[in-house]
Design a protein around this ligand. Structure first.
Ligand code: HEC
Length: 166
């Protein structure tokens, strides 16, 4: 009797245990910086999203109705450009933080945007908040304006982001 109880526990318990373990394992692998703050950084309920909305979307508004009305490139475009240059999360996040804390035209990766909109103004941001924002940008599917895909195709059909780089 006792033995069958144990057996039952193992038989029913094991799949549950495996499920728990496998769920834990499918957790995102971008652990380099995220560690215990993961839940604060990513997802629409996160601190990362809130900070991005308040501090960046004023200019990098993903809901601008048309390309003619924007005052800065959408962050989805920024992410694409920086993602091409910086392959790891650490490099990506550092580059965004460095830019935002002190935007210098000479270090710009988006020359086309500088010409069109003028260099992003330096503002009194807090570095730890910008770091969270950069981690949010790296790890999240960002909102894109409706015209974004069509524009990407139109602008950049002669090579990815070709004419944005020079
Ligand atoms: C006052 C308006 C404004 C705000 C607020 C703003 N930006 Fe920008 N940003 C711009 C403009 C305009 C550009 C395009 C010109 C340029 O690249 O400098 C830009 C470009 C950028 C670039 C690309 C820089 C390059 O040329 O390589 C990054 C990265 C960036 N912004 C990140 C951010 C982040 C992150 C935030 C929120 C913390 C933010 N920006 C808030 C106006 C703004």
């Amino acid at each position: 009797m006792e033995f069958s109880k144990i057996l039952k526990t193992v038989v029913y318990g094991l799949p549950l245990l495996l499920l728990v373990v496998s769920c834990t394992n499918t957790k995102p692998k971008y652990t380099e910086l995220l560690n215990s703050e993961t839940n604060l950084i990513i997802g629409q309920e996160s601190e990362g999203y809130e900070l991005t909305k308040v501090q960046c979307y004023a200019c990098h508004n993903p809901n601008s109705p048309s390309h003619d009305e924007i005052i800065a490139p959408p962050l989805a475009a920024v992410k694409m450009r920086y993602g091409r240059q910086y392959k790891t999360e650490v490099e990506f996040v550092d580059a965004i933080v460095e830019w935002v804390m002190d935007p210098q035209e000479s270090r710009s990766l988006m020359r086309g945007a500088v010409v069109k909109f003028k260099t992003m103004p330096k503002q009194p941001f807090k570095e730890d908040e910008i770091r969270k924002i950069a981690m949010y940008i790296y790890n999240s599917q960002l909102e894109e304006p409706d015209w974004f895909d069509a524009h990407q195709e139109e602008m950049h059909k002669n090579g990815r982001m070709g004419n944005m780089n020079n």
